[in-house]
Design a protein around this ligand. Structure first.
Ligand code: 13P
Ligand code: SF4
Length: 302
């Protein structure tokens, strides 16, 4: 039996659903029941009636699914698929920052450990960061951990944004020169970039969007060529869903090694051995769920 049929068999046996982020390997995306961005994945995890969720993404995504669905078994096929940006903040240093700005609200990007969400007022994703900030009464916002997303939000709101100093090593590989070079070669192309890119890169974009936002925008636009400034895994869905359009990566170097760890073999192993189960301590989970529920209540932004 081939790997895809084995996965189907195990999914039926375990009443499982496979969720995959837009940056996963193409074969993992093809094996998934749902492929999406961080917002879509959090939402689908709450609406599915499967007993087991196999999460093909990185640590904070599986953690969010476990926070939102304590009654389900959440499995991470590869435990070492950890997001380096999410590790750029810890609860102790966030508590110190909160003491420095007692009147400020804390908005945490979904790319954070559950313990950081538990210390935050509300969570956001790249899709709804501006909408989330605007939904708050406070005028001062501590925004963690992505500095670039914080600066992008600051440029679109009157609120005072206090950024943390985290960043995504993969999006930092996209350079302004890459965009300028591709624009010269493809003068009719629209430039879509992710808000995790550096400000000097977002400044060159026609649109700054989440990964799902890029998929929606490209499908609806009359433009035929797009320069894409995000992790290159997104190009698989862009090409598959828009066969008459051309998608040019801003750079082929923008690969997230953590997102690429999951494979068909590791999905099979996860379902066969029921590993690796992601469980969040109940005291942390309850508080983190408040921040995630509020974020889901605000809805998509792009
Ligand atoms: P979105 O797919 O939510 O835009 O997020 C990108 C990302 O880097 C997830 O790690
Ligand atoms: Fe983390 Fe960046 Fe990889 Fe997303 S692309 S999981 S932010 S390292």
């Amino acid at each position: 039996m081939d790997e895809l049929n084995r996965i189907k068999e195990l999914k039926n046996k375990r009443n499982a659903i496979i969720l995959a982020h837009n940056y996963q390997r193409s074969e993992v995306q093809d094996a998934a029941d749902f492929v999406g961005d961080s917002f879509g994945l959090s939402k689908i995890a709450t609406s599915s009636d499967a007993e087991v969720i196999v999460f093909c993404g990185v640590d904070f995504m599986a953690e969010s699914a476990a926070v939102l669905n304590p009654e389900k078994t959440v499995l991470m096929p590869e435990l070492s698929a950890q997001c380096p940006m999410a590790a750029m903040i810890n609860p102790e240093s966030l508590k110190l920052e909160k003491e420095k700005y007692p009147g400020a609200a804390v908005v945490c990007y979904v790319n954070t450990p559950a313990a950081i969400k538990a210390e935050s007022d509300i969570c956001c994703t790249s899709s709804n960061a501006i909408k989330v900030v605007e939904s708050l009464e406070e005028k001062e916002i501590i925004f963690v951990p992505d500095r670039n997303l914080a600066l992008y939000v600051a440029s679109r709101t009157k609120k005072k944004i206090i950024p943390w100093n985290g960043y995504c090593p993969t999006h930092h590989l996209i350079l302004p020169g890459d965009i300028l070079l591709e624009k010269e070669e493809h003068p009719l192309a629209e430039v879509l970039v992710h808000p995790e890119c550096k400000p000097e890169v977002t400044a060159l974009a026609d649109k700054v969007l989440s990964t799902e936002g890029m998929l929606r925008y490209a499908a609806a636009s009359d433009t035929k060529e797009f320069i894409i400034g995000t992790e290159i895994g997104l190009l698989y869905r862009l090409g598959k869903e828009n066969p008459s359009k051309t998608f040019i990566p801003a750079t082929r170097y923008a690969i997230c090694p953590n997102m690429k760890m999951n494979s068909l073999a590791s999905i099979i192993r996860a379902l066969e051995k029921n590993e690796h189960i992601i469980k969040i301590p109940e005291t942390v989970r309850i508080k983190a769920k408040i921040a995630l529920d509020k974020m889901l209540g605000v809805g998509r932004g792009d």
